[in-house]
Design a protein around this ligand. Structure first.
Ligand code: NAD
Ligand code: UDP
Length: 340
């Protein structure tokens, strides 16, 4: 049996791009996803990109029987665990659903891994575990906190993985704290396809550009930032995907790695909107409105550890993120339902 990687949540936004990066790096993989926030049509796009999984399993990561069967069928050398719910507002309204899906899901997966003696996992954490940071750029040693059930679910999963490593130092664990992934695969075949009104900035911008939405609301222009709008660390989703390949390579021995994946560059809402309009030649109608509840002024990574520990550094700049996001939107007005 050939070694392969299990990708939970592999038909989602980051998982599908990581599938392409893994295939290019010569890994084979199986995708497990319950399609709660993605489309099976992603698989046709992966096939076009020569990144088909060995198998696609339409199942929930909390389904222990399916996991045991899968770990019996394949000799996985490791797991990349993307499966999770990620909408902050929804998590406030439905905390139990978020804790069950994200925390119980991770527990079920780890227990199945333990039963199968697979001890390598790359976990999707988030910069949200830093809460409202006291200073930027943020180092991994900054205090951890959470301000909503989504963030708390990520922090709890990190705690579980840290305790697991304390108990058994044979594990190989990477906690990857993503900053703000945006953009799409350069082919225009893969991208982000949110359900309903997008919560995140870039998908909202692309929908304004395409005429699906009238204007962008910029949430606050009175922050203590250079132009008053919120500052984030946007990184290209293909760079983030490469970060997972780098993490798998770095997990060549028992260890626990905790690493920020970001560019280290703070970009304001206004800068992103201006870059998008300039690069794509499409103006983005916008209005300044009140701050969004729970938002922080600025958040960007100190990416030094990623370079040192993973030999990873973001390569693609804001212009590429904007160009690729717009290509994806223009080529796929109905998301993955757009005929190929
Ligand atoms: P996504 O929603 O596009 O992908 C997640 C995938 O997991 C979806 O395909 C969904 O169907 C699947 N899924 C959810 N619950 C499942 C379950 N119980 N069993 C099986 N499959 C399940 O989200 P994404 O943006 O690709 O995010 C991937 C991971 O990265 C998530 O854990 C998310 O919390 C984390 N993350 C995302 C961001 C971001 O800005 N996109 C930032 C930081 C961390
Ligand atoms: N934002 C905005 N209008 C929108 C969506 C987001 O002005 O329609 C701003 C938001 O206030 C923040 C930045 O864009 O300053 C990034 O928001 P996003 O939700 O994408 O990421 P997060 O806040 O989770 O880092």
């Amino acid at each position: 049996m050939q070694d392969s990687i299990l990708l939970t949540g592999g038909t989602g936004f980051i998982g599908s791009h990581t599938a392409v990066a893994l295939a290019q790096a010569g890994y084979s993989f199986v995708i497990l996803d319950n399609l709660s926030n993605s489309s099976s049509k992603v698989l046709d796009r992966l096939a076009r990109l020569n990144a088909s999984p060995l198998a696609f399993v339409n199942a929930d990561v909390r389904d222990a029987q399916t996991l045991d069967k899968l770990f019996g069928e394949y000799k996985f050398s490791g797991v990349i665990h993307f499966a999770g719910l990620k909408a902050v507002g929804e998590s406030v309204a439905q905390p139990l659903r978020y804790f069950d899906n994200n925390v119980n899901g991770t527990l079920q997966l780890l227990q199945a891994m333990q039963r199968a003696a697979v001890q390598k996992i790359v976990f999707s954490s988030s910069a949200t575990v830093y809460g409202d940071p006291a200073s930027v750029p943020i180092q991994e040693s900054a205090p951890l906190t959470s301000t909503n059930p989504y963030g708390r679910s990520k922090l709890l999963c990190e705690d579980i993985l840290r305790e697991l490593f304390q108990a058994d130092a044979n594990w190989q664990i990477a906690l990857l704290r993503y900053f703000n992934p945006v953009g799409a695969h350069i082919s225009g075949l893969l991208g982000e396809a949110p359900n309903g009104v997008p919560n995140n900035l870039m998908p909202y911008v692309t929908q304004v550009a395409s005429g699906q939405r009238e204007f962008l609301q910029i949430f606050g222009n009175d922050y203590d930032t250079p132009d008053g709008t919120g500052v984030r660390d946007y990184l290209h989703v293909m760079d983030l995907a490469q970060g997972h390949v780098a993490a798998l390579r770095a997990l060549n021995a028992p260890k626990l790695l905790t690493v920020n994946l970001g560019t280290g560059q703070g970009v304001s809402v206004k800068q992103l909107v201006d870059a998008f309009a300039r690069v794509n030649g499409v103006p983005i109608a916008h209005r300044y409105v009140a701050r969004r509840a729970g938002d922080i002024a600025q958040c960007f990574a100190d990416p030094t550890k990623a370079q040192e520990l993973l030999n990873w550094k973001a390569q693609l700049g804001l212009d590429r993120m904007c160009a690729d996001a717009w290509r994806w939107q223009s080529m796929n007005p109905q998301g993955f339902d757009t005929p190929l």
